[in-house]
Design a protein around this ligand. Structure first.
Ligand SMILES: CCC/C=C/C(=O)SCCNC(=O)CCNC(=O)[C@H](O)C(C)(C)COP(=O)([O-])OP(=O)([O-])OC[C@H]1O[C@@H](n2cnc3c(N)ncnc32)[C@H](O)[C@@H]1OP(=O)([O-])[O-]
Ligand SMILES: NC(=O)C1=CN([C@@H]2O[C@H](COP(=O)(O)OP(=O)(O)OC[C@H]3O[C@@H](n4cnc5c(N)ncnc54)[C@H](OP(=O)(O)O)[C@@H]3O)[C@@H](O)[C@H]2O)C=CC1
Length: 290
């Protein structure tokens, strides 16, 4: 059996996990045709899982599935629509008879100053990130995980947590999802279901191409590591959370961002240091008045 699997696998072995870590698992990755979702699907397959990729564009999903081989299959649908979401979950169950892992990866926003966000745009971002994520989580629990008495849900959110000035609607939406993650972890613990959020920092995916040029040019410099995250790094975390260890992380927000959170820029700030690069220090009071 092992020999046969080795011959039909299109994905090479995991670089960091033992072979067979996720053997027998069925996973659903929303937004699995592109970027972080595609990388997560690849790693889950490398660890032995069967993966269903969901998204709206069939040609994108099909191209990714062709690259990932027989362990990947696709289902089209819009997670904002109840009927589509139900069909997505039903398709996974028809194909695999189980759903062990839901990666709520589909999401996004557009870049614009807070004061320029129209009500309709605010609602669009909420509807996708909060509404879609909630719908998929509830369906996965009701239709698959609660009846099975086990399952893991990973919600992909966003770092930095102190807010992104050009994406305030998304910062608010992801904060809501992180709050829901904590609440769901409590609510579904007795059903054997773990719920974790992964707050992704800035990752090198094709999605960055849509941002304004100055944003793209400077984004890596806003990360203390001075580089963008690589999709396989994110994927390794998803696979880890799909493993037996995932349950112990339930209710957590795991931030994977190269220390981006709460970093305000290089030290010393360019406006603080003098020409020699020295930072001014405050004068000590005379000893008698201390
Ligand atoms: C920087 C590094 C960090 C990276 C983080 C990532 O997440 S990378 C991953 C990134 N990946 C993704 O982000 C992928 C997923 N993202 C998306 O699909 C969209 O961002 C979405 C959530 C808005 C889609 O919701 P939808 O289908 O409902 O959208 P719709 O088109 O029908 O518009 C509805 C309303 O929204 C408003 N509005 C929309 N666009 C703009 C704009 N550019 N400008 C201004 N406003 C805009 C507008 O009010 C519009 O109404 P109108 O004026 O038409 O009457
Ligand atoms: N790249 C980064 O630096 C960061 C990314 N993230 C988040 O990680 C996730 C993946 O990002 P990334 O891969 O970079 O970006 P992408 O834009 O490539 O990923 C979004 C995916 O979601 C799918 N999708 C969008 N809307 C819907 C919908 N209504 N129903 C079903 N599927 C949908 C898209 O496919 P389709 O259009 O075919 O439906 C696409 O595959 C997103 O939630 C993103 O916001 C968070 C922090 C940083």
């Amino acid at each position: 059996m092992r020999e046969r699997r080795a011959t039909i696998r299109a994905v090479s072995a995991s670089e960091i996990f033992a072979p067979g870590l996720l053997d027998g698992q069925a996973a659903l990755v929303t937004g699995g045709g592109t970027g972080l979702g595609r990388a997560a699907a690849r790693e889950l397959i490398a660890c032995g899982a069967q993966v269903v990729l969901a998204g709206r564009r069939e040609e994108v999903l099909a191209a990714t599935a062709a690259r990932l081989g027989e362990a990947a299959s696709i289902v089209t649908g819009d997670i904002r629509e109840q009927e589509d979401a139900e069909r997505i979950v039903a398709t996974v169950l028809e194909r695999h008879g189980r759903l062990d892992l839901l990666v709520n990866n589909a999401g996004g926003q557009y870049f614009t100053p807070a004061e320029a966000i129209a009500t309709k745009g605010w609602q669009a971002v909420m509807r996708l990130n909060v509404g879609g994520t909630t719908r998929m989580a509830e369906l996965a629990v009701e239709r698959a995980m609660r009846p099975a008495g086990r399952g893991t849900i990973v919600n992909v959110t966003l770092s930095p947590h102190h807010g992104l000035a050009g994406m305030t609607h998304s910062s608010a939406a992801r904060a809501a999802v992180e709050s829901l993650t904590r609440a769901w972890a409590q609510r579904w613990a007795a059903d054997g279901i773990a719920v974790v959020a992964v707050a992704a920092g800035h990752f090198q995916t094709d999605a960055l191409d849509k941002y304004p040029e100055p944003v793209r040019a400077s984004v890596a410099r806003t990360v203390p590591l001075q580089r963008l995250g690589q999709p396989p790094e994110h994927a390794w975390l998803i696979a880890l959370l799909a493993s037996e260890l995932g349950a112990a992380f339930s209710g957590s927000v795991v931030t994977l961002d190269g220390a981006r959170d709460n970093w305000f820029g290089p030290w010393p700030p360019p406006t603080l240091a003098d020409e020699a690069g020295e930072v001014p220090t405050e004068q000590r009071r005379p000893a008698a008045t201390r």
